[in-house]
Design a protein around this ligand. Structure first.
Ligand SMILES: N[C@@H](CCC(=O)N[C@@H](CS)C(=O)NCC(=O)O)C(=O)O
Length: 211
């Protein structure tokens, strides 16, 4: 069975799913979603693909699974890889995935989009507000990773794959220089990049625009 992932290269949320598929050694193919030409806002996309109007969407076994956290949990359960070993660990993983979705990815992805992908100048006050929120979330993860090799403990889990969605895009694109500002996150990034079958976002997912 080949998984089909609705995605586009600039989407770090889709990268979480693509990276998990790759790290687990699963057969999959990308289905390009033309986000920059409004595909996710079309009525057909919402009625036929995802009522939430987002990527990633994972097609498997006649189902369409959405929300990266659900996709990651599904694949961890199916493969027995990168999941928790008991209920306590599952809860710790979920705690970091929720933090990622609410605070880390959400502010960082929004900031990056306005910084380099929106294609128009932004209100400096809005950018300053968002950057403050990004930095606050980064400081929390930096503090966690200063005392733990991975988000949920001593081994990589889907919590790390979720948190890693946007940290491998180039610094000039994301507007945050991780290597210069967040040493523990930078070292953690290196541990993830050293996992077998790791690949970067633009090497895994198609993009309509030059990356
Ligand atoms: N919480 C969702 C967030 C997904 C998300 O924000 N996807 C963006 C791309 S990174 C999207 O498809 N946005 C479409 C739109 O805003 O029209 C997840 O983790 O899957």
């Amino acid at each position: 069975m080949t998984y089909r992932l609705h995605c586009f290269g600039q989407s770090g949320n889709a990268y979480k799913a693509a990276l998990m598929l790759e790290l687990c050694g699963l057969p999959w193919e990308p289905v390009f979603v033309d986000f920059f030409n409004g595909a996710t806002r079309e009525a057909d996309y919402r009625s036929d693909v995802n009522v939430m109007g987002e990527v990633p969407v994972l097609e498997t076994g006649g189902r369409r699974i959405t929300q990266s956290g659900v996709i990651l949990s599904h694949l961890a359960r199916e493969t027995g890889q990168f999941g928790g070993r008991d209920a306590l660990e599952d809860e710790e993983i979920l705690r970091w995935i929720l933090f990622d979705n609410h605070k880390f990815t959400s502010y960082f992805a929004t900031y990056r989009f306005l910084h380099s992908l929106a294609g128009k100048p932004m209100d400096p006050a809005v950018m300053a507000f968002l950057k403050g929120r990004v930095q606050a979330a980064y400081r929390i993860l930096e503090s966690r990773l200063a005392s733990s090799p991975f988000a949920a403990g001593d081994r990589p889990t889907i919590a790390d794959i979720s948190l890693a969605g946007y940290v491998f895009y180039p610094a000039q694109e994301s507007g945050i220089d991780i290597a210069a500002e967040y040493p523990a996150i930078d070292a953690w990034r290196g541990r993830i990049a050293a996992l077998p079958r790791f690949a970067l976002p633009y090497d895994l997912m198609p993009t309509a625009r030059p990356a």
